[in-house]
Structure formats: structure tokens, C-alpha cells
Design a protein around this ligand. Structure first.
Ligand SMILES: Nc1ncnc2c1ncn2[C@@H]1O[C@H](COP(=O)(O)OP(=O)(O)OP(=O)(O)O)[C@@H](O)[C@H]1O
Length: 359
């Protein structure tokens, strides 16, 4: 697959803070890429450097093989969709969309007829038909989001950067707009780089997922690979679906304050960020205290603290003897939520092969 964007060892400093620390990556053409990371990990800084709003302190940025060094933001052929939409409040939907074309430089400015045709096409693509003459204060949040997108797409950028584009929308609309964004991108065939702080959004939307961790690339992989095999304890922690245990890696077992966890014979520790042991919330089974564990299982005990029912799942918290909390997620498609007794002890059991070990 052709590469649209390449970052080579890009660093950005704010005083002594390394907001970006040697970021190297390639984005394929015609793909939806999610960029996920905790608050302060450098997501916005990365977008701003790519867009040309900030200058990197080291390394290079190439778009379609051409260095962007010294190229100002408005000549980069890169679109940017802001979280707060940044629309012109006094202009209509159509004028917001045509603004970029009407104000492009000299010979790059299309004729009025061409602008009108482009606006018509993009209005249809983004589902804004009938709203062209409305003021942007007189449309809904989802429609404003579409105007922000349309305004960027009408300039036919080679790459579109989206900074938390769904962040200003309520939860229902957010989920609906995910599908729309994906569908619009597919029709255009342009690469979207979508920044989000939400792991569910990143997993749902990206063909590929980049995880940023303190200014560095934590992992770049397909979403299901990131979810099932996070590259480090930091990535696992950020996904919010793993219990992480500290300890040390010994002969055939991981040993820490929570107990001795026998390892699967085929288990190979991933390098980096450890030692740590991770097991996903939904891989743990809750058993009565007297029920033993099988030869291929690991068992610890914990006292029930509380449960949270979400409709499709039940999330339960158990306190281990060392005080740490373990989360267990049960999918309820084939069973009813369990009723656990407050402060009662239960066995928490998982398959050895389901554990991830980091050296
Ligand atoms: N203009 C600036 N001056 C100084 N420090 C900055 C500036 N912009 C960002 N930073 C710092 O750089 C780091 C990365 O910030 P950035 O906004 O890129 O993170 P982020 O991952 O987008 O976070 P969030 O999800 O909270 O928006 C943070 O520690 C932030 O405080």
C-alpha cells in the first residue's frame, strides 16, 4: 500500500518537556487511522506538527514523499477538523463550506461555478442537503460537525487530521457519527488520522490504531491486535480492560504480592515495560470459594466490593488481601447478572494461556 505520510524521528519540546520524543511512523493511503493516548501524551501536538501549526525541533515530516520542511500550513494540502468545529458563526452552512475555496490564493482559486459545484457535491456527501442557507447557529451539533468536515473536505486535501471530532457531541450522536465518518472517508478514498481519548472509539473506527505513550509510539497495529496483545503494560493500562499485576518473572511462574501465577508452557514474555502480568477483565471467572481451579488455570481469592450493570455487561470489583482491586467483566448475552454477597470471598479464576506477561 502506498504511503501518504511519513514521520521520521520527530521531536517537539516545550521548554524541557518532550511532548514528542522520536516519533517514527508511516500512514498508508486510503485508510482510517485512529490515534489514541492518555491526556497529555502528545496527540494534539502530533497533529499540529503534521498540519504545520507547530514546528518540530527534530526529525522530518513527508507528505506523499515530499518533505514539508518550511512549507506553511495553508500550502500543505492537509485538512484539519477541530473538536469545537471552529465555524464562522455569522456565515451560512454553504458559505462556511465554500470559504476555503473562495479565499484560496491567486490562480489556485476556482471559478464561482466550480466552487458552487464542489459545494453541492460535498453537501450531498455529508448529508447536509436542504440546510445550505441556514446559519450555523441554527443547526444541530451533529450537523455542525458535518459542516466542519465538509468545509475541510471541499478543498480536496491529501490527508485529513481530525482532533477529537466527536468530542463535542452527546453519546448517542457520537456513536452514529462514527459510522458516518467511516462511510464518508470510504467514498472519498483519502486517509483520515483521527485523534481520540476514547479507547472504544479508537477500536471501533480505525483500520489501524496508533497508541501514543508520553510522546512516544506505544504501539501501531490493527485494533484487534492492540486489544488482544497490547505491546506494553502502559498500553494495556490505557485500554482500560486489563488487570495488571506487578511482581517478578521466575521459573515457570510470575510471583508478586497478589500471589504466584503459574505460566502456560507456551507463554513467551513480551519485552519492555515490565515485569508485569496482565489478564483481561472478561477472561476472569468468578467461582464459589470452595471450587478448585483446573491444572491449566490460575486462581486467586478476593472479597466482593461492588458491581456495575451496563445492560450488556456486568462489571464486578473484588478486593484482594493486599488491598488491590480486580475487575471482572461478564458478558450477559447468554446469562443473567450474578448476585454476589457483600464482602464475601470468591475464587477468581482464569486460564494460564489468557495471561500476558511482560519482561
Ligand atoms: N503550547 C504549549 N506550551 C507548553 N506545553 C505544552 C503546549 N502544548 C502542549 N503542551 C504540553 O505537551 C504535552 C502534550 O500535550 P498535547 O496537547 O499534545 O496532549 P494530548 O495527548 O493531545 O492531550 P489531551 O488528550 O488532554 O488533549 C502536555 O504535557 C502538554 O501540557
Amino acid at each position: 500500500m502506498a504511503t501518504i505520510l511519513k514521520l521520521d524521528n520527530v521531536s517537539k519540546l516545550y521548554g524541557s518537556l518532550r511532548a514528542l520524543d522520536g516519533v517514527t511512523l508511516s500512514l498508508p493511503d486510503n485508510a482510517y487511522i485512529s490515534l489514541l493516548g492518555p491526556s497529555g501524551s502528545g496527540k494534539t501536538t502530533l497533529l499540529r506538527v503534521i498540519a504545520g501549526f507547530e514546528r518540530q525541533d527534530g526529525g522530518g515530516v513527508l507528505l506523499a514523499g515530499e518533505s514539508l520542511d518550511g512549507v506553511p500550513a495553508h500550502r500543505r494540502n492537509i485538512g484539519f477538523v477541530f473538536q469545537n468545529f471552529a465555524l464562522f458563526p455569522h456565515l451560512s452552512v454553504a458559505r462556511n463550506i465554500s470559504f476555503g475555496l473562495e479565499n484560496s490564493e491567486g490562480t489556485a482559486r476556482p471559478s464561482a461555478g466550480v466552487i458552487a459545484a464542489k459545494v453541492r457535491d460535498i453537501v450531498a456527501l455529508t448529508g447536509l442537503g436542504g440546510l445550505e442557507e441556514r446559519g450555523v447557529a441554527q443547526i444541530s451539533g451533529g450537523q455542525r460537525q458535518r459542516v466542519a468536515l465538509a468545509r475541510t473536505l471541499v478543498t480536496e486535501p491529501g490527508l485529513v487530521l481530525l482532533d477529537e471530532p466527536l468530542g463535542a457531541l452527546d453519546a448517542n450522536l457520537r456513536t452514529r457519527m462514527r459510522d458516518e465518518l467511516r462511510a464518508i472517508r470510504e467514498r472519498l478514498g483519502v486517509t483520515f488520522l483521527h485523534v481520540t481519548g476514547s479507547e472504544t472509539e479508537a477500536l471501533a473506527m480505525g483500520d489501524s490504531l496508533i497508541v501514543l505513550d508520553r510522546g512516544r509510539i506505544g504501539q501501531i497495529d490493527a485494533p484487534d491486535t492492540v486489544y488482544n496483545r497490547p505491546a506494553s503494560p502502559a498500553v494495556a493500562r490505557f485500554l482500560n480492560c486489563y488487570n495488571l499485576f506487578e511482581g517478578s518473572l521466575g521459573e515457570g511462574a510470575f510471583v508478586g504480592p497478589a500471589g504466584r501465577f503459574a505460566l502456560d508452557a507456551a507463554a513467551a514474555a513480551s519485552k519492555g515495560g515490565g515485569p508485569a502480568y496482565a489478564v483481561r477483565h472478561d477472561r476472569i471467572e468468578v467461582r464459589p470459594p470452595a471450587a478448585p481451579a483446573g491444572a491449566d488455570e490460575v486462581r486467586i481469592e478476593g472479597a466482593f466490593v461492588a458491581s456495575e450493570y451496563t445492560g450488556a455487561t456486568q462489571l464486578s470489583f473484588f478486593r484482594l488481601d493486599d488491598g488491590r482491586l480486580v475487575e471482572v467483566e461478564a458478558h450477559l448475552s447468554h446469562r443473567s447478572p450474578a448476585a454476589y454477597g457483600a464482602d464475601e470471598r470468591y475464587g477468581l479464576v482464569w486460564k494460564r494461556r489468557d495471561a500476558l506477561v511482560y519482561a
